[in-house]
Design a protein around this ligand. Structure first.
Ligand SMILES: *Cc1c(COP(=O)(O)O)cnc(C)c1O
Length: 950
């Protein structure tokens, strides 16, 4: 037997565990369990056609060979992507540290105070630099953030005249091309009309609700927007600005012009280019919009003892609540990247950032001077880091530059722009100048002057302080930073502590071998708009990943562009929309969605311009086929799509699925499958096989990309042949189908860098390992189900009584003892566990998904814990809430306090089972007060006194 198989490392169960588990589950073998779980008519007849599994070592060698095919040039392309320097201690202690990257979205605030603080730092940094009052904890990329700004301003528009007539949005021609493309995608379906033009010639018409500016402009010109914004404000036109974060260190904060929203990317704060991502975008706005802001906001509140505590504020799961009334579908964002960018500001502090910005600015001025001295004309009058040069023959310059491994941005035959960045050294400066000297056949006389006069007029210079908070002025030595990062890390429960059995979220192993290549500059340092031939390693890898995902899903082609599952949903629906349009059936706009669907489904459908019709689920949690048929037939003339999750969000393989997909096709619709539960399908069945037309996958669930505390994500869509022509494109680099829809994300292949992880996952597991993973995920779920049986009711099962890869347990009956599902979630912390998914898809329940990566010992510890909690529930009574569940979680502070007046022992509070002492996790705050924080919203690191007084 091969012992170097990755599957043996990835899968936590081994052959020695089988007999015991089969006995508990009540099957002879794995085949029997799968037979009893997955309906026969949807099972795959043949094995997937995938290459044979590589060992971890073979994989790392293979990836190095691919990496060597990437050509790492110095890229001065700009356009929203600039090389930055990732400080080594942040790389080592966060990016390469499972304590950070394997954490989940901080819904369980008491065991997430570390990343919540890191995100609060990020928000504070964004507020300081933009001058705005409120910032969220990241969005997917700059273009998405700009589109979200447009959507928010559209939603809040108010006019004396009828709202229906106020549908125009002005977009400055200075906007980045990928942002314009994404705005087009988002505007059309919801009826926004884009008007693109020069901001100086804008007429401030009464039919405009908003405007978007780029600051500095796409080729570097810095405009004074003061009078434009003034005029807009007077005409009730709301203004959003897409700003470069580093330039804001030198430039007047956009808030000072009176704008309503500022968006941008924090990529250049140390985040690798990564051929497009992942990077954290920011979204900052006025307090007045606090209930409209997309994405998650971290806010300050207090715990049971009145001590400060952090948690996600306000409408943090807004699509879950608002569903088809939601104006944004953002769920997964870019937490890990936001944490890193915020830490970059913590490490450098205001002085460090100023040094970096000055250095970039000075190098830019020196570059301009050197090139002008060679006889070229520089066209930007005011600039920060980007200059625009007139040349006779841009293609000749390109040849010269590429011979020196340099990329400029070639605007047209006679104009180039050059964006200087933090990594541009004096040697680089000389090399840039040398290109122009060679072009003019002149001698390179470039010399660097340290003290140059800024070209930014005082009216546009920043003169307000920033990052004055203590956190940005305390950790500037590596020892201090390392300890600060560790201090935060210790407050958080991640996969390196215990199982995180979040149903629907698939928290599986994120293997070190999958992660290692991300650290390499050969993957990290490639600009998304670099000529494709410089990214051969990426091109091979991404194409293979697409092909493997198409094979796994049973579809014809894949687009890796969407940066999250929700964006995948949106992309899939937009592709369906384009397909209907191409057949002159643009009127098809009804989207059927079962009541149990994830909240992002209806939110995405509305964004795609569709009308949501909710269909019923029956008493067993299955799609009510009769209701569905009725509604499909009723709407058959306008039916666009069905969105269906499979296995269902209730964790069941519905046997009617083929009938359902046929029904939709018969009535002219396309079937969209939400692939969040793909971990129950891979290798055994697939969306193509059940008759779907498109699905998204969550590579950050099923395909091993870590959750990063709430992102990054990758949500590719895989499509049937008729939808291939419409796969999303990019305005700068050709990608997507023949009749590609406009962009879904800023970058042509989305977050390419983390695609390495999923590629590694697939090629190291191979066909057999993938199939085995799915089977064991199903075995583990059914094992837990049987161990808890009799003590917890499982809400839904398949026809033969089996769960799929997850199950819902009902906690509503415990209300009679005064115990809510939240009490169980919090009590789990005392036992060292993160709660399963709470109240989704059914309120008052827990959804448990163990995945294949957990060992039998860990599954047993979890089951023992649940049974122990069950016994505690029995002890609880409705009339006396002073019990171990209601008071949970218990902190070290409580347990070691001289005063202890709880009616149970300290041991029972903190060490209720014997094994806990061996690996105790201490929540650092008591239960957080959600409502208090929402009433007193504070979303930046204000001094503690400020909010305790509030
Ligand atoms: C996670 C999930 C989504 C959304 O994915 P994000 O990456 O968070 O946008 C959609 N549907 C289901 C069922 C999910 O579990």
């Amino acid at each position: 037997m091969r012992t170097d198989l990755f599957a043996l490392r990835h899968i936590g169960i081994n052959e020695n565990n089988y007999q015991q588990m089969f006995k508990t589950v009540g099957v002879e073998n794995l085949d029997q369990l799968i037979y009893e779980t997955i309906p026969d008519d949807i099972k795959l007849k043949n094995n997937l056609n995938l290459p044979e599994a590589l060992s971890e070592n073979e994989y790392l060698e293979h990836l190095q060979e691919l990496a060597d095919k990437n050509k790492v040039f110095k890229s001065y392309i700009g356009l929203g992507y600039n090389e930055g320097l990732l400080p080594s201690p942040i790389k080592r202690n966060i990016l390469e540290n499972p304590g950070w990257y394997t954490a989940y979205t901080p819904y369980q605030a008491e065991i997430a105070q570390g990343r919540l603080e890191a995100l609060l730092n990020f928000q504070t940094m964004v507020c300081d630099l933009t001058g705005m009052e409120l910032a969220n904890a990241s969005l997917l990329d700059e273009s998405t953030a700009a589109a979200e700004a447009m959507a928010m301003l559209f939603d809040v528009r108010s006019r004396p005249q009828k709202k229906e007539n106020v549908v125009k949005f002005f977009v400055s021609e200075e906007i980045l091309p990928q942002t314009l493309s994404l705005l087009q995608t988002r505007a059309t379906p919801i009826g926004i009309e884009l008007v693109i033009g020069n901001h100086e010639e804008f007429t401030f018409g009464a039919d405009f609700f908003g405007a978007l500016l780029q600051y500095p402009g796409k080729y570097g010109q810095v405009n004074d927007y003061a009078s434009f914004v003034d005029n807009c404000n007077q005409n009730n036109i709301k203004v959003a600005v897409a700003a470069d974060i580093l330039s804001l260190v030198k430039l007047k904060a956009p808030a000072e012009f009176g704008v309503d929203v500022v968006v941008g990317t924090t990529q250049r704060f140390g985040i690798p280019l990564g051929y497009g991502g992942p990077h954290a975008a920011f979204f900052a706005t006025k307090e007045a919009y606090k209930r409209n802001i997309p994405g998650r906001i971290i806010g300050v509140t207090k715990d049971t003892d009145g001590k400060p505590a952090l948690r996600m504020a306000l409408q943090t799961r807004e699509q879950h609540i608002k569903r088809d009334k939601a104006t944004s579908n953002i769920c997964t964002a870019q937490v890990l990247l936001a944490v890193m960018a915020g830490m970059y500001a913590v490490y450098h502090g205001p002085k460090g950032l100023e040094y970096i910005a000055n250095k970039v600015h000075n190098t830019t001025i020196n570059t301009a001077t050197a090139i002008e001295k060679l006889g070229f004309k520089q066209l930007n009058t005011v600039y920060f880091d980007t200059i625009k040069i007139e040349v006779k023959d841009a293609s000749a310059l390109k040849t010269i530059a590429e011979s020196k491994k340099i990329n400029f941005n070639y605007i047209n035959d006679t104009t180039v722009s050059i964006s200087i960045n933090e990594a541009t050294s004096k040697k680089d400066f000389e090399a840039i100048a040398a290109c122009f000297a060679e072009l003019n056949k002149a001698e390179n006389t470039a010399s660097f002057t340290e003290d140059v006069q800024t070209v930014i007029p005082s009216s546009l210079q920043r003169n307000t302080p920033f990052l004055e908070n203590e956190v940005f002025n305390s950790y500037h030595s590596e020892t201090e930073l390392m300890r600060y990062i560790k201090k935060l890390e210790r407050k958080d429960l991640a996969l390196n502590h215990s199982m995180i059995s979040l149903g629907s979220c698939t928290m599986k192993l994120n293997a070190a071998s999958e992660m290692l290549p991300l650290s390499s500059a050969q993957w990290g340092n490639i600009h998304p708009f670099a000529p494709v031939d410089q990214a051969e390693g990426y091109q091979i890898l991404l194409k293979r990943l697409e092909d493997h995902l198409s094979e796994i899903t049973g579809f014809a082609a894949t687009s890796l562009q969407p940066n999250s599952g929700a964006q995948g949903e949106y992309a899939g629906l937009m592709v369906i929309r384009a397909y209907h349009e191409s057949r002159n059936e643009a009127h098809r706009n009804i989207c059927l969605i079962p009541a149990s669907a994830h909240g992002t489904n209806p939110a995405s459908a509305v964004m795609a311009g569709m009308k949501v019709v909710v269909t019923k689920t029956d008493d067993y949690g299955n799609i009510d086929v009769n209701d569905l048929r009725e509604k499909a037939e009723l709407h058959k003339d306008n039916l666009a799509a069905l969105m269906v999750t499979y296995p269902s969000t209730h964790g069941v393989f519905e046997s009617s699925i083929k009938e359902v997909t046929q029904l939709i096709h018969d009535n002219g619709g396309q079937v969209y499958m939400d692939g969040a539960n793909m971990n129950a399908q891979v290798g055994l069945t697939n969306p193509g096989n059940i008759g779907a037309d498109v699905c998204h996958l969550n590579l950050h669930k099923t395909f091993a990309i870590p959750h990063g505390g709430g992102g990054p994500g990758v949500g590719p869509i895989c499509v049937a042949p008729q939808l291939v022509p419409f796969l999303p494109g990019n305005p700068v680099i050709k990608t997507g189908g023949e009749k590609a829809i406009t962009a879904i994300s800023s970058a042509p292949w989305g977050s390419s860098l983390v695609c390495l992880i999923s590629y590694g996952y697939i090629v190291m597991l191979g066909e057999e390992g993938l199939r085995q993973s799915t089977s064991i995920a199903i075995l583990n779920a059914n094992y837990i189900k049987e161990r808890l049986s009799g003590k917890f009711d499982v809400l839904y099962t398949g026809e033969k009584g089996r769960a799929a890869h997850e199950m819902i347990i009902d906690c509503r009956p415990f209300k009679q003892n005064g115990i809510e599902v939240t009490d169980i979630a919090k009590r789990l912390m005392d036992y060292g566990f993160h709660a399963p998914t709470v109240s989704f898809p059914v309120a008052g329940t827990l959804m448990i998904e163990p995945t294949e990566s957990e060992s039998l010992a860990e599954l047993d510890r979890f089951c023992d814990t649940m049974l122990s909690i069950r016994a505690e529930i029995d002890e609880a009574t409705l009339d006396n809430p002073n019990n171990v569940l209601k008071n949970s979680p218990h902190t070290l502070d409580m347990v070691t306090n001289d005063v202890w007046d709880f009616p149970y022992s300290r041991q029972k509070a903190a060490f209720p089972l014997e094994h806990i002492a061996d690996n105790k996790f201490w929540p650092v705050v008591r239960r957080v007060d959600e409502a208090y924080g929402d009433r007193n919203l504070i979303c930046t690191c204000a001094p503690i006194e400020a909010y305790m007084e509030a």
